[in-house]
Design a protein around this ligand. Structure first.
Ligand code: PGA
Length: 307
């Protein structure tokens, strides 16, 4: 069993096709097929079957896939830690963050972090909570950033920065400028992020807890789409204050001063409890909890955090 065979196997599982795997790995299709055949010979059971919808893993293939991803991830971590042992402060930093953190928090911290650790080479992947967990468990990322503490026992979490969520609408919304608004008056159209988004789950919990009955719900796939929709008066939304700092300062969105908001949350750095953290990841973990990181993120501080 070789890394090349495991890599080919995982690529075929991901793409459901040998052609797709060959394109991803920049090798020929016969090379991928040869790797798969050698792997199946070695393991001694069928790992993949072909059906009308493409190639898919057998139960044995599914059993192997999780281990294969961990093997490759662990080898990468090993390489990174070998580099950082020889050259402290050098090496790769593999981050995965939920959307809002990936857009509005991590880049600011990285900017300051890079000034202190110029030889660290960061990679940031952005997705939803499920992706953050998947990458950590497969050791394909060293650190994850999410809006909630981890629920999976194998993952540890450390809260590190405030994440206030506010309700915003177009500046000409009838409740803009009022204070102490009863949440039940928000029987508007609510703009929701895509399923899987932490902001969406928080919004759903807020609506249920406060017995808010939206007139309609509009699903939009990104913070950008939600902000634009709110600005043109399509509805109201609950969103991280960090994500709307510029719009609130520019007056293209207005914060609705609803009772019980801002919701005061935190961002969490997550990592595998039993995992080995390479030097750059350890440095980032320390740095993100410090004052330089807080200052970097608060640089565009919105004037919205008063109740
Ligand atoms: P999201 O995550 O940007 O995917 O909604 C933010 C959060 O979990 O609070």
């Amino acid at each position: 069993m070789t890394f090349a065979q495991l890599r080919a196997f995982l690529a075929v599982v991901r793409h459901r096709s040998v052609t797709g795997a060959a394109a991803e790995l920049y090798v020929t299709q016969p090379a991928v097929s040869a790797s798969l055949a050698a792997l199946e010979r070695d393991v001694g059971v069928r790992l993949l079957v072909r059906d009308k919808r493409g190639v898919r893993p057998t139960p044995s293939g599914e059993a192997l896939a999780g281990f294969a991803a961990q093997c490759l991830g662990l080898a990468e971590q090993g390489r990174d830690s070998a580099v950082s042992a020889a050259h402290p402060g050098r090496g790769r930093l593999r981050l995965v963050a939920v959307t809002t953190a990936g857009e509005y928090v991590v880049p600011r911290i990285l900017k300051t972090f890079q000034e202190r650790y110029p030889e660290v080479d960061p990679v940031l992947e952005v997705g939803n909570r499920a992706l953050v967990l998947e990458r950590l468990l497969a050791r394909e990322a060293d650190l994850g950033v999410s809006g909630r503490p981890p629920v999976e026992g194998a993952v540890k979490g450390r809260g590190f920065l405030a994440n206030d969520l506010v309700i915003v609408a177009a500046p000409d919304h009838p409740l803009a400028g009022r204070s102490g608004i009863d949440p039940r008056r928000l029987d508007d159209t609510w703009l929701l992020r895509e399923p899987g988004s932490g902001t969406r789950s928080t919004t759903e919990e807020f609506l249920a807890r406060n017995e808010v009955e939206p007139r309609r719900v509009l699903n939009l796939g990104s913070n950008g789409a939600v902000k634009q929709a709110a600005a043109v008066g399509l509805g109201v939304t609950l969103i991280s204050a960090r994500a709307v700092a510029l719009e609130l300062a520019a007056g293209t969105l207005a914060r609705l001063r609803v009772r019980g908001t801002p919701l005061r949350r935190r961002w969490f750095l997550q990592y595998l409890e039993e995992g080995f953290l390479p030097g750059p990841a350890q440095a980032f973990l320390r740095f993100a909890s410090g004052t330089a990181a807080r200052r970097a993120v608060l640089a565009a501080r919105p004037a919205v955090v008063r109740r």
